[in-house]
Design a protein around this ligand. Structure first.
Ligand SMILES: [Zn+2]
Length: 413
């Protein structure tokens, strides 16, 4: 086997093309290996439209970036024919090592996708020496193709959650198939309103699914989600997942703390100690803070006590027991919230909780695991990290799919 044959192996199947020559240019700071491919002048090529074998009309030289050859950049160069088809006229022929219009080889693009799943795209740009705009173009191309193929005919339970690509900007709503343990994201769309449900329903239908199949929708308590679910999926029941109940009250407790701390000095370590659940280990400082808050009769301490009672509700065995516990909880919270100066956020949370009590107690009969939406949070964090520095809503969505969607075939295009 000579050197050219060896280099050809690294390109995958390229027949009828062959490696004609290779040269290593070490003049620049980064060396460049150029592999020149050629084809017999007498070869025929398929018309890219109909596949009929045609004679070449003319040739033009092109270059593609390939996987690095050790520490050297590697370029493929070839004179690509334009074919003359009787039916379709003159068109550039496809080449086996790259997709149409791309300046990269297929193997290079596969490597890019693999790397971008594992590290920030800006880092991949650094490693490959390719501008991240071009990398994003590769990613979005493959994602779009893979998502087009997705089969949603057996989707029965859906989870919905929203996130922001940046703090307070560019909301994206994500739909997950609750029956999938891994890579459960089946749809992501800009916005966080009712319209996201309309878009999802359309997508579901276009991919073999049906809104009538959907038995249950798990989401948070946002009015937009609730009404979107009711209108677009009238046959399914709605379940508020417990994670969002805890989140609702945790945020309210934190707001009470913020308000109160403007008027009185709260012990050091207050913030973290009240945000932690009782099952978590507290530091000595946090334990002292908690005791002090209680002794000083702080409203933050009252808010904390209410939040911690959620655990007791969650421990209920049945739906009716949960309902009973919720009623006890409400009168308990009502007493604690009496004549407070800073407790308005807790009252509001309690109101929201009451408003959605039916959807909340549905979880006791839900067939779907509640841990799944909680898991989305770490997915979103990973996505934000990968898309750092180049984060518009579309790249953000592409990254959500790349990491979270059931598209294993993306790498075998
Ligand atoms: Zn043709």
């Amino acid at each position: 086997m000579d050197a050219n044959e060896l280099l050809a192996l690294g390109l995958g199947p390229i027949s009828p093309w062959e490696v004609a020559a290779s040269s290593l240019d070490l003049e620049q700071s980064v060396g460049t290996l150029t592999i020149e491919l050629s084809v017999k002048r007498s070869s025929m090529f398929p018309c890219p439209i109909c596949g009929t074998m045609c004679k070449p009309h003319d040739f033009s030289e092109e270059k593609w970036q390939h996987l690095n050859f050790f520490q050297h950049r590697c370029l493929i160069s070839a004179k690509v024919p334009r074919v003359k088809c009787d039916q379709h006229g003159i068109h550039k022929a496809n080449v086996p090592w790259a997709r149409k219009g791309s300046g990269f080889t297929l193997l290079f693009e596969q490597a890019v996708l693999l790397l971008c799943r594992e590290m920030p795209v800006s880092k991949v740009a650094e490693i490959t020496g390719v501008h991240d705009t071009r990398l994003w173009r590769v990613i979005t191309h493959y994602i779009r193709a893979a998502i087009n193929e997705i089969d949603l005919s057996s989707v029965y339970g859906i989870g919905v959650d929203e996130t922001a690509s940046k703090r307070g900007h560019n909301y994206v709503t994500v739909f997950v198939d609750m029956d999938r343990e891994k890579r459960s994201v089946i749809f992501a769309t800009p916005g966080k309103g009712k319209e996201t449900f309309i878009a999802f329903k359309k997508f579901l239908m276009e991919h073999g699914g049906s809104h009538e199949n959907v038995i249950e929708i798990v989401c948070d308590m946002s009015p937009a989600f609730m009404s979107g679910a009711e209108i677009e999926f009238p046959l399914s029941s709605i379940t508020v997942d417990w994670f969002h109940v805890v989140q609702l009250f945790t945020r309210a407790v934190d707001e009470v703390r913020r308000k109160e701390s403007k008027h009185v000095r709260l012990p050091d370590g207050t913030r973290w100690t009240i945000l932690k659940g009782v099952e978590n280990q507290r530091t000595e400082e946090q334990k002292i803070a908690l005791r002090q808050l209680e002794m000083e009769g702080r409203e933050t301490s009252r808010a904390f006590l209410i939040k911690e009672k959620l655990r007791w509700i969650r421990g209920a065995d049945t739906k009716s027991q949960a309902r009973w516990r919720i009623h006890r909880f409400i009168s308990y919270a009502g007493r604690l919230l009496d004549n407070g100066k800073y407790l308005e956020p807790m009252k509001k949370a309690l109101k929201t909780f009451l408003l959605h009590m039916e959807e909340i107690v549905n979880r006791w009969e839900s067939l779907l695991t509640n841990a799944r939406l909680e898991g989305l949070n770490s997915l979103f964090q990973a996505v934000r990290a990968r898309a750092r520095g180049y984060r518009n809503v579309n790249t953000f969505i592409a990254m959500i799919y790349l990491i979270g969607a059931p598209i294993p075939k993306i790498l075998h295009a």
